[in-house]
Ligand binder design. Structure first.
Ligand SMILES: Nc1ncnc2c1ncn2[C@@H]1O[C@H](COP(=O)(O)OP(=O)(O)OP(=O)(O)O)[C@@H](O)[C@H]1O
Length: 334
């Protein structure tokens, strides 16, 4: 379905000296520097796969997706989506792909979304009965009923995102690119969106490429992940395999009675690491999170040592999250 071979993309960035003098100088002689955004990546994605394309900010995710959707032309390498070279056949490629790009909308801003859907039906030449069936199913799964008569302009972020997803799938594309489809949404809307994506994949075998920083999205939707860093592929494989490989990682969150100058108990010092979890980040000052490898030390041992050194009010043990795994890979390599 998707074939990417030795794909690279460099951007030319105009360089300018600071200040007014620099601005004037740049009018006469421009200097450029090259930014290597994507560097010699290759992968194949089969029909019906749901792949998480993940990496830190600036890793090269959007650049790759833009090349797959035909918005950008690669500097070198080959891309084929269903046999089509996207940037050479943008129109043909557009009919077989759907996309949701974070904050951007493909719906008409000022007209009720029902009308936008009808326009998309004409643009993509979707037969009437198929259109009606699909719209009915989308309305049901995405709870669009109360929104059909409203323009995007008047919608909340969660409502807009549901409307966008329906638009992306309306012409039953073979491949859908989803860029942060659940960002900033509440848990109920996230659930609905994830269920919708899974349902479309189940019914239509839609191939889905998902870029997200939300690891829950990945865990609930994808069975394969590609991790990109500095424009290069760091890992490409089953989500489960990487979880098993790094699955010995555990984190325990302790709620301490007092926390004036916490230090890791001596017996644990070389085997556990203090990490900043969302609790500490949220300012829960008596919270301490310790991360360790279960193959080196058991949770029971960590808890026992902590209980000897501190008065503990409560504790929770975290499951292995792919987010932590990815962070580890970034920091320490595979
Ligand atoms: N139009 C552009 N001109 C110059 N450099 C660019 C351009 N677009 C992206 N870059 C650079 O290329 C690199 C990869 O950017 P890209 O947008 O693909 O990253 P990303 O993984 O999608 O990041 P994010 O998670 O922040 O969206 C970054 O260093 C970025 O600064």
């Amino acid at each position: 379905m998707i074939d990417v071979q030795n794909l690279s993309k460099q951007y030319q960035i105009a360089k300018r000296d600071p200040g007014l003098a620099g601005a004037v100088k740049s009018l006469f002689s421009r200097k450029y520097e090259t930014k290597q955004a994507v560097q010699d990546i290759s992968f194949q994605i089969q029909k019906g796969e749901m792949v998480g394309y993940i990496g830190a900010n600036g890793a090269g995710k959007s650049t790759t997706i833009k090349m797959l959707s035909g918005i950008l032309t690669p500097s070198s390498g080959v891309v084929r989506v269903n046999g089509i070279v996207p940037y050479e056949n943008r129109r043909r490629n557009a009919s077989q792909i759907g996309a949701v790009f974070g904050q951007r909308t493909q719906l008409f801003w000022d007209i009720p979304i029902r009308e936008s859907y009808h326009l998309l039906k004409h643009i993509y030449q979707v037969p009437e009965t198929e259109f009606q069936q699909r719209l009915e199913m989308f309305t049901d799964v995405l709870d669009l009923g109360p929104l059909l008569g409203i323009p995007v302009r008047q919608m909340s972020l969660g409502q807009k995102m549901r409307a966008e997803l329906a638009a992306a799938f309306l012409h039953n594309p073979a491949v859908v690119f989803l860029d942060e489809p659940t960002i900033g949404l509440d848990v109920a809307v996230k659930d609905r969106i994830r269920a919708f994506i899974r349902e479309m994949n189940r019914q239509q075998e839609t191939t889905v490429i998902l870029t997200t920083h939300d690891m829950q999205d990945i865990e609930e939707i994808c069975n394969r992940i590609i991790i990109i860093d500095g424009g290069k592929i760091l890992y490409d494989g089953a989500l489960q395999a990487i979880k098993e490989r790094f699955g010995d990682k555990r984190t325990i969150h302790f709620d301490l009675e007092k926390n004036d100058g916490f230090t890791i108990p001596y017996a644990l010092a070389t085997r556990v690491e203090q990490v900043v979890s969302h609790r500490e980040a949220a300012g829960k000052s008596n919270s301490i999170s310790l991360s360790f490898n279960n193959a080196e030390i058991t949770a029971a041992e960590v808890i026992s040592e902590m209980m000897q050194a501190y008065t503990i009010r409560d504790l929770t043990i975290d499951e292995v999250h792919i987010e932590q795994i990815v962070k580890d890979i970034y920091e320490r390599g595979l």
